[in-house]
Design a protein around this ligand. Structure first.
Ligand code: NAP
Length: 244
């Protein structure tokens, strides 16, 4: 799908990958609905991006998600594309996963994107089609110590996305998953699990290649929208992890 003149919801648009994506999609001529909890940041951004619309909402609260979709529809009278990007990490060993925190993470990383999909699907179907991009993580393709709580939420998103893709093809609604690699955003600081987060995803002692700029991942999201492939990796080598 092309993005020019399309109405696109970008969740997590106040920072990192979502912010870079909102800017890129706007430059490409889209009308972008900017979603996150930070009203002021979104309103400032909306003042810079032509035809954009700030819609503050907590993506872990079902009623707020339904309400934000309705506000976007009332404002633009259609929704063409949803980029489900808002998310957080959580660092804890399996033994120490705190169930309350895991529930909180699951609500944001899984239930939020799922409810957003369920709410936009009938709108897209009645509009003749659409596109849903779900942001996963390279960690969902691996088994990294201290990151399983987070990775498991992204594995659920992978499954939901690829199954919905099969179910919605008849409605001309394309669903794709984008797998970022380590990306230089505030993700590390925003992770739950103070005690070990600094030694997990941001480990300076590993031999992993350096992280990507959020603008690089935004290009991958644009590519996912336009090429309509099921899965887009920040780097091709990440795809090989699936068969290893
Ligand atoms: N950075 C990485 O290394 C990396 C790697 C793989 C995948 N990812 C994925 O990429 C996505 C974006 O992460 P990022 O790296 O850009 O992190 P980030 O800089 O921390 O941005 C996260 C965004 O999500 C929003 N958000 C957090 N909680 C929210 C809530 N309850 N309701 C609504 N919005 C909420 C934040 O806005 P507010 O605080 O204003 O609500 C912010 O805009 C996430 O799904 C993450 O899992 C990141």
């Amino acid at each position: 799908m092309t993005v020019k003149n399309k109405v696109i919801i970008v969740t997590g648009a106040s920072s990192g990958i979502g912010l870079a994506s909102a800017k890129l999609l706007s430059r490409e001529g889209a009308r972008v609905a900017l979603v996150s909890r930070s009203r002021e940041k979104l309103e400032n951004l909306a003042s810079l991006l032509p035809n954009s619309f700030a819609v503050p909402a907590d993506m872990s609260v079902v009623t707020e998600i339904k309400s934000l979709v309705q506000k976007v529809y009332d404002h633009f009278h259609k929704i063409d594309i949803l980029v489900n990007n808002a998310g957080r990490g959580y660092a804890a060993s399996v033994e120490k996963i705190d169930i309350a925190k895991y529930n909180q993470l699951f609500n944001l990383n899984v239930i939020g994107p799922l409810v957003a999909m369920q709410t936009v699907i009938p709108i897209m179907r009645s509009g003749g089609g659409g596109c849903i991009i779900n942001i996963s993580s390279g960690t969902s393709l691996m088994h990294l110590p201290n990151l399983e709580a987070y990775a498991s939420t992204k594995r659920v998103i992978n499954g939901i996305s690829l199954t919905a893709r099969e179910e919605l093809a008849k409605d001309k609604i394309n669903v794709s998953v984008v797998y970022p690699y380590i990306t230089n955003t505030n993700f590390g600081q925003n992770m739950i699990g103070e005690e070990i987060r600094s030694s997990s995803i941001n480990n300076q002692n590993t031999k992993l290649p350096p992280g990507d700029a959020p603008e690089y991942v935004a290009e991958k999201i644009l590519e996912a929208i336009t090429c309509e492939k099921p899965e887009i990796y920040a780097h091709e080598w990440m795809g090989n992890r699936l068969s290893n």
